[in-house]
Design a protein around this ligand. Structure first.
Ligand code: ADP
Ligand code: MG
Length: 569
């Protein structure tokens, strides 16, 4: 491998040449303590910046081996290193100057969740950190001396400060790794104790604002009602008391503005681990939990929604329901069926974002509109069977509809942000009120293989260069935080609420393209495509789906979001 001295001479020799001469720098260069790879060089100063990576061998980085023993440890370690690298890189952004993106030095910015990312990965031999640099130019003329500053003055500092144990704040890193181990321990305890979720005493659930995911200052800390309290004994933190939400049907009730949705939101996010200081570090939910909501206008392909919708006025078949523009109730029904298909054992529902006609039908309405004129079997009449017969638990926020009290195994009241267990009091009240119909006949979950169409263009175009056929892969275009275009098709995932990071959206785009390229026959089974993608991720990680050029900005989605993406394509 060539050394950094060679890179310096190569760089100086192309100074003031036209921009494409930068391409000659691609490749790996040894810097002694690390290897610098110039993976992809941008075509001009205004194009997407160049992609670089550094690899530091473990014997040089010298982080304790026990910090990278398990996948969860590695994820926590990588997350910590990435955040440190980002802080360092900030000091040097645009310190080198020039036109367009000259001097940009950028790396992924993780939010409150700790996710596996392509930006930093811990392999068996080495740590890889991927980032982007805007190669400097004046106009379109190479300014090699400015790039020399970045690669020889700035970058070595970033690497030394963030990717070596010697320079790392050891106590903070240890806390981050131990936190991940404690979080994993709680996830395993959930299963052993028959819990769907755990919310620790002292947790801070509300966020700073609608646009900030940071904890609210001076919030009322969470405290479990005694009747629901469990105390776990974490390997590092020790004893931790909190609210154990049992599997089954749980209703969260309470007046408007008392903190119901905030609790549910925290549970939605509890499928991921959070960083120390987030306030939700010890809010842990069944990792398969899916937020269910109405999603007017979504696309639905061949979903059997007959559990909730028996017939359509148009006479359409609801066991093979497809539409480009679903209504509130049909979209929510499809979301439920698809979530169960995606392996969810816990549905999270907020009345605020539900289709009322899917959730309940009151007694007066049943008298006015006879059952045979109403295609909808309300969720109320399916919920107990979902748990009893299919093992799917439900946590449901209600503000106006009392009927669910009849079904609830546990009822939590949020009262001025304090959780109160009102199960027995409410059940006593119910004893002398009329009981609505609570189960509908013929509960049966669809078990057939659902098919989706992944065929269609997998290449944007074929061009001919001489007698060589050039095939270009479908282009992925970022459309904000929750949407992307693959070729000409746009996919909007804004109502997939547990998609929490822009980089997860990007990863879904890459996975969808991979699926199209590799299993793109018409009528592939949704489950088999999702399974194949999950297997790919298990074996090769996110990078495996990218081919030669691994972008620095992908984060791992859950299998449930992979399904959600395929389902909306
Ligand atoms: P609900 O769904 O019951 O109407 P929300 O969960 O939307 O209520 O909460 C209403 C407001 O109270 C929100 O602005 C939220 O940020 C704030 N809030 C929620 N929980 C707390 C808390 N523990 N401490 C302080 N403020 C809170
Ligand atoms: Mg609410």
């Amino acid at each position: 491998m060539k050394g950094s001295g060679d890179l310096r001479s190569a760089l100086r020799s192309i100074d003031r040449r036209s921009y494409p001469a930068y391409k000659s720098l691609a490749g790996a260069w040894s810097f002694g303590d690390y290897v610098l790879s110039i993976d992809h060089v941008q075509g001009d100063p205004f194009a997407a910046p160049s992609r670089l990576s550094v690899q530091v061998r473990h014997d040089r980085a010298a982080f304790p081996p026990e910090y990278r023993e398990t996948r969860e440890n590695r994820r926590a370690l990588a997350d910590y290193l990435l955040r440190r690298f980002g802080l360092q890189a900030d000091r040097f952004r645009f310190q080198a100057k020039g036109s367009g993106k000259s001097g940009l030095l950028s790396v992924s910015r993780p939010g409150q969740e700790v996710l596996e990312r392509t930006a930093c990965s811990i392999g068996p031999e080495e740590i890889t950190l991927r980032f982007e640099v805007g190669f400097p130019a004046n106009g379109r003329t190479i300014n090699a001396y400015e790039l020399e500053k970045i690669l020889f003055d700035f970058l070595p500092v970033c690497v030394a400060e963030s990717l070596t144990y010697a320079k790392t704040p050891k106590e903070a890193l240890r806390r981050a790794v131990f936190l991940a181990e404690d979080q994993l321990f709680i996830r395993r305890e959930l299963e052993r104790l028959g819990l769907a979720a755990f919310v620790a005493d002292g947790a801070v659930l509300p966020r700073e604002s609608g646009v900030s995911d940071r904890p609210m200052k001076n919030a009322v800390p969470f405290r479990s009602p005694d009747a629901m309290a469990v105390t776990l004994d974490l390997p590092h933190l020790g004893k931790l008391r909190g609210m154990g939400v049992k599997t089954g049907i749980t209703v969260i009730a309470g007046g408007g503005y008392h903190g119901k949705s905030t609790l549910l939101k925290a549970l939605e996010r509890g499928v991921y681990d959070h960083v120390a200081g987030d306030g939700r570090e010890y809010v842990i939910t069944d990792p398969t939990a899916v937020k269910i909501r109405a999603e007017d206008g979504r696309k639905i392909t061949d979903v059997d929604v007959s559990l909730f919708i028996n017939h359509l006025p148009s006479g359409g078949d609801t066991t093979h329901f497809s539409t480009l523009d679903a209504s509130g109730s049909t979209s929510q029904a499809a979301n439920i069926i698809e979530a169960v298909e995606a392996g969810s054992r816990l549905l999270l529902i907020d009345e605020d974002t539900s289709a009322t006609n899917l959730m309940v039908r009151d007694e007066l309405m049943t008298r006015v509109i006879s059952r045979d004129k109403e295609p909808i079997t309300p969720f109320l009449e399916r919920a107990s069977d979902l748990y009893e017969k299919a093992g799917v638990s439900i946590i449901l926020v209600v503000g106006s509809c009392g009927a669910y009290f009849h079904l609830a195994d546990q009822i939590i009241q949020m009262d001025a942000y304090r959780a109160v267990d009102i199960t027995s009091g409410t059940k006593a009240l119910l004893a002398d009120s009329p009981v609505p119909r609570l189960t509908a006949p013929d509960f049966r979950l669809p078990d057939r293989t659902r098919r989706i169409d992944l065929s269609g263009a997998t290449q944007t175009r074929r061009s001919y260069r001489g007698d060589k056929v050039m095939e270009e892969r479908l282009k992925i275009k970022r459309l904000g935080r929750t949407a992307f275009a693959l070729g000409r098709e746009e996919l909007d995932l804004r109502y997939v609420e547990q998609l929490v990071d822009e980089e997860q959206t990007q990863a879904l785009a890459v996975l969808l393209r991979y699926a199209k390229e590799n299993f793109g026959t018409a009528g592939a089974g949704v489950r088999s495509v999702a399974d194949a993608l999950v297997q790919l991720l298990e074996q090769k990680g996110l990078a495996g789906a990218c081919g030669r050029d691994v972008p620095s900005g992908l984060a791992m989605p859950r299998v449930q979001e992979i399904f959600a993406c395929l389902n909306r394509y």
